[in-house]
Design a protein around this ligand. Sequence first.
Ligand SMILES: Cc1cc2nc3c(=O)[nH]c(=O)nc-3n(C[C@H](O)[C@H](O)[C@H](O)COP(=O)(O)OP(=O)(O)OC[C@H]3O[C@@H](n4cnc5c(N)ncnc54)[C@H](O)[C@@H]3O)c2cc1C
Length: 389
Amino acid sequence: MLPLRRLSAACRRRGLAQFATGIPREAADAVVVGAGAVGLAVARALAMAGRDVVMVEAASSFGTGTSSRNSEVIHAGIYYPPRSLKANLCVRGREMLYKYCTERAIPHKRLGKLIVATGVAETAKLDMLLKSAKDNGVDDLQMMEGSQAMEMEPELRCLKALLSPSTGIVDSHSFMLSLLADAENLGATISYNTAVISGRVGDEGIELHISESKELENHSIGSPVLPQIVLLPKLLINAAGLSAIPLAKRLDGLAQAFVPPAYYARGCYFTLSQTKSPFSHLIYPLPEDGGIGVHVTLDLNGLVKFGPDVEWLDGKMDDMSCFLNRFDYSVNPTRCSGFYSVIRKYFPNLKDCSLEPGYSGIRPKLSGPGQRPSDFVIQGGCPQYSWAG
Ligand SMILES: Cc1cc2nc3c(=O)[nH]c(=O)nc-3n(C[C@H](O)[C@H](O)[C@H](O)COP(=O)(O)OP(=O)(O)OC[C@H]3O[C@@H](n4cnc5c(N)ncnc54)[C@H](O)[C@@H]3O)c2cc1C
């Protein structure tokens, strides 16, 4: 069935159709835009709370955006400012995630990670990290001398290290598949190849203009794309990831004060060509502006990768290409020269020519280069203005 017919049929099955002339208009209960890790988790939670959920996803499958372009690390909650949403949600979410993965047999591993200081000036920063992590409720960190850490990891060089035993890795695809299955088992439906292109927010409620993604593919920049269906949801969750802000800007009637500025930072990974991993823990340098440092990540198949670095992008892309995830994910091989020098600070035996271009992901950010990292923003309270960026 065509995606829009499926979407329409899903609303009709629930007795929500409103018949009108011209473009069909369908009432809906809760609409989640975007089926990445965030959209799927929200859809599952709404379905568990008894809502009728429709997920609208522009791609042909779930989780093809940032959710499949990351380090797959289950973070402990170390870096965020105390009392921030990021700190509170990460510490609580980490244990919920481990529990969920265990219950559902989702592949994951509590590998532990070492954050390392390689120069004298860095050791004070490590002490500060320990203090803020404790304030966040991360109470299992262990500060160790370099010799102790190097005994655990013979290829490592450092003066001091902070061990985080509760950091781990997860198979993000299996995780998302499980969230989707939970949501669908509770009656949620998903429409792939279907994009929200614009909408309207007003006293009468929310209107979402929806089109098949293939209609977006050949449009010329600046020309209008016409919706093929209008959805009228009681609740809208904007979980469109990199497109969340461009989409929010296309919701007519939504006060601009609700739409934060968007910044984008690409992160590239290089993989290690040798098959045997030199490390058994994740190894992190100290955080840098815009990221948490070019670290060593292992995945569940034993692949060793280094990254992500931080490359601020100008973020200028037309909205339709953005909705189709046409971002530039290429990994420029010349960036690897910067990787060698950073990695050799903690892994001096890294051989020349042992790094190969891997993949990249793009971080949607609320703060730009040189600005203080911002916290999550959850707007809502009034159902008309509920959205998640
Ligand atoms: C390099 C990098 C490394 C990271 N490492 C980690 C890590 O180790 N651990 C961790 O916890 N987090 C990590 N993150 C963050 C994590 O990946 C993201 O927080 C998470 O994947 C975001 O999920 P999402 O659902 O918001 O976005 P996405 O996965 O991008 O999903 C958004 C979805 O919306 C769809 N969409 C967009 N526009 C429209 C539209 N108009 N209509 C319909 N659908 C639309 C897209 O097709 C996409 O499927 C990392 C991020 C990056 C970039």
